[in-house]
Design a protein around this ligand. Structure first.
Ligand SMILES: [Zn+2]
Ligand SMILES: [Zn+2]
Length: 319
């Protein structure tokens, strides 16, 4: 594995930066620039980069879709949220319609926010493309077909001309797919979800979203810690604050950043990547959560140093 690329990082439903949000960022940037002069575009770029993501960028609003670049010729994705559409556009621009590709897609589960990008995935309409959709659920096939059935969508699933195979995976078994060892585990979530452990070339990536961790049950916690063991990156559902997660939103099927730190520390993981962001949270709130997460790691240090990042649409992590 060479690189992780985030195409969609938002939980539950897509959100967009609004006109007033852009205006607010411009005012803050101009305020920070007041009294300065810039002699080149490079100067300007350096200054803009120094402003930080909440002012000079945005976490983005596409729902879950993460690409794992394996270094091989085949594509690997986790989940098919709206981030799939820009991924598909990039793949089409790169290969065109005449050069068939293979896509391996690992599904956490089939809640809307994780499948809603698929009807807009251009490579699925092109004969010759191979698409493998893996997951632990028996109803994978049905959920995808139902999403495109009338009256919910104008184009039926049967109109997709790529070769699409649904492949059911079993927790407790290891699979060799696209040059990676793949393991999965059942997670606590309404309708159930599956987390994945991908290992190849000495690197381990965990994709665990839509999963509620309570830390109440020692045995259950131990199972997750074993699953996360020594991972380079844990892409983690940190939708709620700890206060929400243990009070009003207990049993809603998601976790907090603090629980993420504790599980990663126990597992000796090196990077916790906060993911599946709450749609209500703006860029400042997400940056604050990321900083608080890093701070929590710093005041509770363990043997392995843990880096806390917050995923944004377009972010890449080199392995
Ligand atoms: Zn979700
Ligand atoms: Zn869900």
């Amino acid at each position: 594995m060479k690189r992780i690329r985030f195409w969609g990082t938002r939980g539950s439903l897509p959100v967009a930066l609004t006109a007033s949000g852009v205006r607010d960022k411009l005012i803050r940037a101009l305020r920070a620039a007041s009294g300065r002069s810039f002699t080149s575009d490079e100067d300007l770029s350096t200054f803009v980069d120094s402003l930080g993501l909440p002012v000079a960028g945005t976490y983005g609003g596409h729902t879950s879709c993460v690409e794992i670049e394996t270094g091989g010729p085949e594509y690997v994705l986790c989940d098919l949220g709206t981030g799939l559409r820009p991924f598909g556009q990039k793949a089409m621009a790169r290969h065109g319609p005449a050069s068939p590709q293979t896509y391996h897609i690992f599904m956490s589960h089939v809640h809307w926010d994780h499948i809603m990008g698929f009807p807009f995935f251009t490579p699925a309409y092109i004969p010759g493309n191979r698409i493998f959709i893996y997951g632990g659920h028996a109803i994978l096939d049905e959920a995808f077909r139902r999403q495109q059935a009338p009256p919910s969508f104008p184009v039926d699933f049967s109109v997709l001309h790529a070769d699409i195979d649904f492949v059911r995976l079993q927790p407790g078994h290891s699979y060799d797919i696209a040059g990676m060892r793949v393991d999965l585990m059942l997670q606590r979530h309404s309708g159930e979800s599956y987390g994945y452990r991908f290992t190849s070339g000495g690197h381990t990536v965990i994709y665990t979203t839509d999963s509620e961790h309570t830390l109440d049950d020692l045995e259950e916690t131990g199972t997750y810690v074993d699953f996360f063991r020594n991972a380079d990156i844990v892409i983690f559902d940190a939708m709620y604050s700890l206060a929400d997660a243990i009070s009003v939103k207990a049993d809603w099927g998601h976790s907090s950043n603090i629980v993420g730190v504790e599980l990663c520390q126990m597992a000796g993981a090196r990077q916790l990547c906060l993911f599946h962001h709450e749609p209500i949270h703006g860029d400042d709130a997400l940056a604050r959560i990321q900083a608080q997460t890093q701070r929590y790691e710093e005041i509770t240090p363990t043997g392995t140093q843990l880096i806390a990042t917050a995923a944004y649409d377009g972010m890449e992590i080199e392995l």
